[in-house]
Design a protein around this ligand. Structure first.
Ligand SMILES: O=C(O)CCC(=O)C(=O)O
Ligand SMILES: [Fe+2]
Length: 205
């Protein structure tokens, strides 16, 4: 059996096919209002391979000039992010064990050749809330390590409907997506993978 780092929870098949389909519709609406943008790395300006957008009162963005950050506006349209869909707010209540709602839902779209390098989610202020992540569409190879770059990593395949929670001592574990397995799901008509990452950014109150 694959033993994950403490505080890292993988819930395979947590969302039913019907809920996944409803979520895809929700994401389509979010993307209509807040189009996918091309994130670029701080300083180098190198383009990431995923396309992003957000919903919630805050969204995670990155660009060459200002780096990683949260902001209330879409970086291209300049308008506020659309609200987080109810299904995701309910998911957060069900799995986060955190008594306040998430503020940000990052939407990552992976085409078959996209990936995400090993990183920590650490642009938030309140680390007592977990990161809750949903996979939709094609499978991916997810890698998770310790809270420092040293120490080994474990790889696991995430499938459509899986939920991963990084909480407690797992909150700052390094993680990334090594590859997408094309055509492994029929959920998205044009293939690819969507990842939805719910986060609390600020302290409540
Ligand atoms: O796509 C994933 O499963 C992980 C995404 C992620 O780690 C992030 O957006 O910070
Ligand atoms: Fe992350």
């Amino acid at each position: 059996m694959l033993v994950l780092p403490k505080g890292v929870r993988h819930m395979p098949g947590y969302l039913s096919r019907a809920v996944q389909e409803a979520l895809v519709e929700d994401v389509r609406q979010v993307v209509q209002e807040a189009p996918l943008f091309v994130p670029t790395m701080p300083r180098t300006g190198k383009e990431m391979t995923v396309r992003m957008t957000n919903c919630g009162s805050l969204g995670w963005v990155t660009d060459k000039e200002h780096g990683y950050r949260y902001q209330p506006m879409h970086p291209v349209t300049g308008t506020p992010w659309p609200p987080i869909p109810d299904v995701l707010l309910q998911l957060w209540r069900d799995v986060s064990a955190y008594p306040h709602p998430p503020e940000a839902c990052l939407v990552n779209f992976y085409s078959p050749d996209a990936k995400m390098g090993l990183h920590q989610d650490r642009d938030e202020i309140d680390f007592s809330a977990p990161v809750v992540s949903v996979s939709l569409g094609d499978d991916c190879l997810f890698r998770v390590g310790q809270s420092t770059r040293e120490g080994g990593t474990k790889s696991l395949r995430l499938k459509s409907g899986d939920v991963v929670v990084l909480g407690d001592e797992g909150r700052l574990c390094f993680h990334g997506v090594d590859r997408i397995y094309p055509s492994t799901s029929a959920l998205l008509k044009n293939g690819g993978r969507i990842n939805l990452t719910l986060r609390r950014v600020t302290y409540p109150g």
